[in-house]
Each structure stands twice: as C-alpha cells, then as structure tokens.
Ligand binder design. Sequence first.
Ligand code: GDP
Length: 468
Amino acid sequence: MTQNRTIALVGRPNVGKSRLFNRLAKRRIAIVHDQAGVTRDVNSTVVDQDYTLLDTGGIGLVVDMDHQKLIGAAEEQVWFAVEAADFICFVVDGREGKTSLDEIIAERLRASGKPVQLIVNKVDGPDEEHRAIEFAELGLGDGVPVSAEHGRGEADVRQVIADYLGPKPIVDESGESEHRIPTAVVGRPNVGKSSLINKFLKNDRLIVSEVPGTTRDAISLDLDYMRDGGEVWPFKLIDTAGIRHRGKVSHSVEYFSAVRSRRAIEHAEIVLLVLDAEIGVTRADKALAGEVLEQGKCLVIVINKWDIAVKRFREHPVDGYESLHDFQKDFEESVRKEFFFLPASPIVFVSALTEMNLTILLSAARAVRRTATKQLPTPKINQLFERLLAARSAKMLKGKRFKVYYTTQTGNFPYIFRVFCNRATKLEEPYRRYLEKAFIKEFELNGCPIRFDLRGKTVRYPNQDKKR
Ligand code: GDP
C-alpha cells in the first residue's frame, strides 16, 4: 500500500494525455490540452475520491517548440512526475509509432526506478493492437492498448492503477476527538504559568493522572476536562515536573528555564505562550514565539492576569474607551501588531487567579489542533497559488520569471507545501510572508506555522551553453 496515492501521466505532446486524464476523471472533454501554449502546466484532479491524478502535459511547453526544447520539456515533465507521483503512466501514440523522444522519456523513467506503466493510445480497434508491439523496445514492459478518444481499454488502465495502489487506507476519523493533545505552557518567569497549571490541576472538572515521562526531562500529566453533558477533552500537559506537589509556586523559575521550555515545545503539538497583561509583549516573548514557530508547533497566545486590567478599568475607566470590550479589542490589536510574524494565532484573555476563561483557553487549544491536522484539497491549493502569483509575481530569477507548476501539501505540524517550480530558489521573506498570510486566510489555518518547500529542476538544453 502506498501513502502518497498520486499518479502522473507523462508523454510527448499530442499523444492524448489530457483525453485520458478527462476519461479517468470522468470529466467531459473541456479543452484539448496537448497543444503548445494552450495548457496550464499541471492539471490535477482527485479520482474516485481515492487518488490524485496529474497531467504533466503543460510543463515546459512553449509555442513553436523545436526538437531541443521538446527534449527539455520532456525531461522536466519526467523530473516532476518522478518527484510528485508514486506511479507513472507513460502515454505514447500508437498511430505515430515509437519516436526518439519516446526513447528519451523511457530512458529517464527507467533510470528513476519509479514504477511505470506504458499506455499505448490511439489503438481504436482490435485490428490495431499490433501497434502496441513495437513499444516493447522501450524496455518498460508491455503497453496497455487504449483509445482515450473512444474509451477503449479504459477499464484496463483503471485496473492497472487499482492494482498498484491497493485498497484505500481507512482514515479513522472517530479517533480524532480521542486524541490527547500534547500541550506545553511556556512564558517568562512570573507571568503565571504555574498558577495556571495549578488551577487546571485543582479544577473539579479535571481528572489528572501522572504519566511517567517519555524522556528523562519531560514529565507529563494527562488531563481530562469534563464538559457538561459528559463530553471529555483529553490533554497531555508537558513538562509540569514538580508543579503538582508543590504547595507554593514561588520557585517556578527553575521549572521554566529556557532549556526546559525548548524541550517542552519539542514534545508538544500546541504551545500556550503566557504573557502578563500588566507588562505586555516583551522581546523575550517574541523570541519564545519565534522558537515555537521554528519548531513547527502551533501557538496560542494567552494574556494572563486579565483580572487586574478588568479591575482597573472598572475603577478608572480609560479615556477613549466606551467599554471594557473596546479596551480589550484594542489591547488585542496591539499584541497582534507586536507579534506581526505569527500565523494569526488566537489570543485568549484569562486569569489564573479568578479562573476566568480557562474553558475558553482549552477550547482554543482544541480548535487549533483541529486546524493543524487538516488535509487540504490539492486543487484548491493550486487555485490559490495561481491567484497569488498572478496578483503579485515573484522576482525574476536570472531573467526568468518564477513559475510554479504544482503545489501539494506534504505535512502537518508544520503545514508543509511542496512547490514544484521552474527554479529551485529561496523565497524572499516578504514574499514568503505574503503567501503564508494568504494561505492562513484562505484555509483558516490560524495558529499554524507554514513552510513552503520549493523544488525546482534546472533544465539544461544541450545547446544552451553554446548560445551564450
Ligand atoms: P510563573 O513564573 O509563570 O509560573 O508565574 P507564577 O504562576 O509563579 O505567578 C507569578 C505571580 O503572578 C504570582 O505571585 C501569582 O500569584 C501571580 N499571578 C499569576 N496569575 C495571576 C492572575 O491571573 N492574576 C493575578 N492578579 N495574579 C496572578
């Protein structure tokens, strides 16, 4: 069984890849893509809610291709297919017969070691099946004869793909709510971390059980938060060593050293970064937040000691604010400004002292985790990327425009988007941030860090150097 479940169609122009793509996708034939300049680079679709099908036909295509350019495009197509898919269907034209370009593609495919199925298209009837024979010389085994135009052989192609993929893995969605969320509480000394944790531990709604630490340094506690109606929210609080049995919390400093919090972050999925409402955002807070994101973990900002602000506001209303709510909104805005580099993390106002909003805090942590575990639909990712590039094109690289063929999600914690492009490059920080912001907004990934993993091949045309 395979993880990736992505199939790519490769082959030279006009062999009928997009026809086959549309057949497998059960789409009406919209555009015939196998024409220079007509197509988008990579067409992708999800077939039978089971696997992703890619038509690589547009990669490297330009108008008026000469033979060298065709070779370059074919090479780039194969590179992409090998990187992006785990099974490749190599489509050839049975009418035209084997060409030198077919041989080049076949050679590259063989060298890649990826599983390949040869498909001989334009075999429209039984009397034409002999056309498949000569392609055996490509060294990729027997080809499946098909007619993408008429649907002949379609079932055979589906069978080949099904045989390769094996049964679809069952995703246990019911298990998600059972997941015990590894959560770390970090922050500078005296912001109220121990008070907060102790409040959790003493809360009647929480059932606490100590779990022997998985590492020498990180001791964790299982917390089950009981909701009205019997619902249970399971958490695993990381690195609470010593907190529980201490009557006093005055020595919390030693439990929250930088090294400890680094380790706690490492073992967590969700990190609650606690700030002191009286002090606001300090450089140390920003450094900690940066560390959390660097480690690819989700971040919730906790403004503790909000009781003090509430009390003060009630006693001496602050000029210019009609209500406490307005004041809080403004406070939140200023925190957000300081933390401009965060992935739109939730900001929760709490008081460990009065136990204000502790349920909301736990609920925010749960929401962020749900957000962090999504599998985003590839076509939507690609549509967004296309829109973003159109709205603000990335810098030219050595005279060539940065071009993206295809993007797909390859990871969670952090979200990783693999971006196949014409050049391997590093995104400049403002551009990366522009993309990140748009992704967070579009897919509502608040609190989740994002990485863009750029993959590009520098294609060398044989005559390229001479021309310079
Ligand atoms: P830690 O170093 O982050 O673990 O901070 P502590 O939990 O030891 O708290 C530092 C100080 O702030 C203690 O004197 C607490 O009593 C106080 N404190 C913690 N949380 C709150 C809160 O929500 N409101 C108020 N008013 N004081 C708090």
